[in-house]
Unconditional design. Structure first.
Length: 348
């Protein structure tokens, strides 16, 4: 065949499948057959119309695939038949950020689109032609659905790194959605005592399954008091905000130990926006570090592949439902249900 199918979000609430010509492979590219692609919360936001975007959008960046063809200039060692995860961040390798180990924030990323390919990550497709550096090989054949959650794991690895968590630290994860639970799993592997704040009882139960030592219900009283009771008044050495309204950040300052790091993992959209008031003196006198995190570096992605492949991260439990590609509209409609976990689209 000379064409392949690609899905695009053509406007709020509408996904369409269209035909594209298979591009001529460049020397530095790998052609992969997509096996599965999960629907991220950012994809959901575009589908809802909550995120600023120019439609159409070729979404999908949580991708598992199998290699079909390899360009002669690709030196990573991948070959046809290899199971891979695909990291769809464009990297120039030449800008200041790429050269100082922050390649997830490449300054030229948006300028690197290649003609003849969908403009965007484009993971909801039968095929993809991508630069060789975006393809990460699994050490063995792996379940296609499980593999599609490699990218979320990579994002959370990057987040956890920013707090320099040590064995024995007390840490708080706010929210027990998909990303919150991956944080819990990673922090438990690091030897931290993990506290989770989550309003939904079922999610609190699942947080325990993922390694949480203590689960807190924010409706049960001021969170600072609850954390203080658990930590003997000390507070936590790190906080990871994976959900909740922006004004929650101010309240969370009261749970911080001296010198704590608060990582803002989530982003904020919709009517409330992203504004929050914080006590600057609390940050100043207690030496609290407030940092953001977005997207994984190549090193984060490589580690995520290893953790998913060896089963250290229990991502299969995070998949709520799987839809065939032909029902991608229905998959998006299901994914935006309140409280849902990951919905994955698999190629038929």
């Amino acid at each position: 065949m000379n064409t392949y199918k690609v899905a695009r979000i053509s406007g709020p609430g509408k996904v369409e499948i269209e035909e594209w010509e298979i591009p001529v492979l460049r020397d530095d590219e790998v052609l992969v057959k997509v096996l599965a692609c999960a629907i991220c919360t950012s994809d959901q936001g575009v589908f809802r119309g909550e995120r600023e975007s120019s439609y159409p959008v070729y979404a999908g960046h949580e991708i598992s695939a199998v290699v079909q063809e390899v360009g002669p200039a690709v030196v990573s060692g991948v070959k046809p038949g290899d199971h891979v995860a695909v990291s769809r961040i464009n990297r120039c390798e030449q800008c200041t950020n790429c050269r100082k180990y922050t390649d997830n924030r490449c300054l030229n990323s948006r300028k690197l689109h290649r003609p003849g390919r969908p403009a965007g990550p484009g993971g909801f497709a039968e095929l993809m032609a991508v630069p060789g550096y975006q393809v990460f090989k699994f050490p063995q054949e792996i379940d296609r659905i499980t593999a599609s959650l490699t990218e979320p794991v990579a994002c959370c690895i990057s987040s956890v790194d920013k707090a320099n968590v040590q064995p024995g630290d007390d840490v708080l994860v706010v929210g027990a959605g998909v990303m919150g639970l991956i944080h819990v799993n990673l922090l438990s592997l690091k030897g931290a005592r993990v506290l989770v704040s989550e309003v939904a009882s079922e999610r609190r139960r699942l947080a325990k399954d993922f390694g949480a030592d203590v689960v807190l219900d924010p409706a049960g009283g001021p969170l600072a008091e609850q954390v203080g009771q658990v930590t003997g008044g000390k507070g936590v050495e790190a906080i990871f905000v994976t959900g909740g309204p922006p004004d929650l950040v101010s309240d969370l300052m009261g749970t911080c130990a001296t010198g704590a790091t608060m990582v803002i993992y989530t982003s904020y959209h919709g009517e409330k926006g992203s504004k929050a008031e914080v006590d600057l003196n609390r940050i100043h006198y207690n030496e609290i570090k407030l940092v953001g995190t977005i997207s994984p570096r190549k090193y984060d992605f490589q580690r995520a592949v290893a953790l998913v492949a060896n089963g250290k991260i229990r991502v299969s439990q995070l998949v709520e439902r799987v839809f065939p590609f032909s029902r991608i509209q229905e998959a998006f409609e299901y994914a935006i249900r309140p409280g849902s976990y990951r919905v994955v689209v698999h190629m038929e």
